[in-house]
Design a protein around this ligand. Structure first.
Ligand SMILES: [Zn+2]
Length: 292
């Protein structure tokens, strides 16, 4: 009789152990699945996103993670599950369109990064009219990286939607950094094939403010999509580095073409394309008229 109880007791202990083991095992599986929820995001972290994304004022360093509040927040926020939020959003808070894609007003850290560079001392656009965007993009060799843009609040929602679609469809973009990384020098940013938006500057060789000055124009993959003018029947690019790409019949990476996804998305959002201009062509340039 005692032996029978002993066996029953052992059987009970065994049952407890098996249940415990399975609970533990299931927990591990769940954790594993959570970490695989965003394979693109995970991939990005192993692809030098951190060093790509972090710039601070004049100096561009890899170890400035703590300086950029925005960058810190990107990685902090990436662990949260964020559902799509409906418009309109409150202007004074961060707005997540999708995970890794957000809009926020310029915070102090961002203002410090752009003051005296893209935000010149004589800038007439108030800070409160500008927005900071953090987003993901995919390069031609399928690397996912974190990008930053500053634009006018009037097109912030357009841009977050457009860049989300471009990312979802693996539309290749080589780099999206604030132009301040290149001391707000448009030529240097173009040569680096950097996609950017806000820069308080005049149109080249003129006294008129560019639409970039208001954060209402975006240049996409500018090295491969140059500003091309024709003089005496001879086409020329504004930068010699872009000369190989003035012939739009040739195939090369990062080329924007009429009716491609980039073109379609910008036009759907009410932008015009510099490649459609009659005389000179600015193949990198999309702008939206929201001012009179
Ligand atoms: Zn432009």
């Amino acid at each position: 009789m005692i032996r029978k109880y002993k066996l029953l007791f052992l059987f009970f202990i065994l049952l407890l152990l098996i249940t415990g083991f399975f609970t533990f095992y299931l927990n591990i599986i769940n954790k594993d699945e959570n970490s695989k929820e965003h394979p693109k995001a995970d991939q990005s972290l192993s692809n030098n996103v951190i060093s790509e994304n972090i710039t601070s004022g004049n100096s561009i360093t890899d170890e400035t993670l703590s300086i950029s509040a925005n960058t810190d927040d990107v990685f902090e926020a990436s662990s949260n599950t964020v559902s799509k939020i409906t418009y309109p959003y409150t202007d004074n808070q961060r707005f997540y369109y999708q995970e890794h894609f957000y809009i926020e007003p310029l915070n102090e850290a961002t203002i410090k990064r752009i003051q005296g560079l893209s935000y010149k001392d004589d800038c007439t656009v108030p800070f409160k009219e500008l927005r900071y965007l953090s987003l993901y993009y995919v390069t031609n060799d399928q690397k996912v990286k974190t990008g930053e843009l500053i634009c006018n609040q009037a097109i912030a929602e357009d841009l977050i939607e457009i860049f989300y679609e471009l990312y979802q469809n693996n539309y290749p973009i080589e780099q999206i950094s604030l132009i301040d990384k290149y001391q707000a020098d448009d030529d240097l940013s173009c040569i680096a094939n950097n996609t950017s938006c806000f820069n308080f500057r005049k149109i080249a060789n003129s006294d008129t403010l560019s639409n970039h000055a208001f954060g209402l124009a975006v240049d996409i993959n500018p090295l491969y999509n140059p500003y091309v003018s024709t003089s005496n029947g001879v086409m020329t690019a504004s930068l010699s580095e872009s000369l190989p790409y003035i012939d739009r019949a040739i195939d090369f990476p990062y080329k924007i073409e009429k009716d491609d996804l980039c073109y379609q998305l910008f036009l759907e959002h009410g932008f015009t394309w510099g490649g459609d201009w009659k005389n000179s062509k600015d193949y990198q340039h999309f702008e939206k008229k929201v001012r009179n």
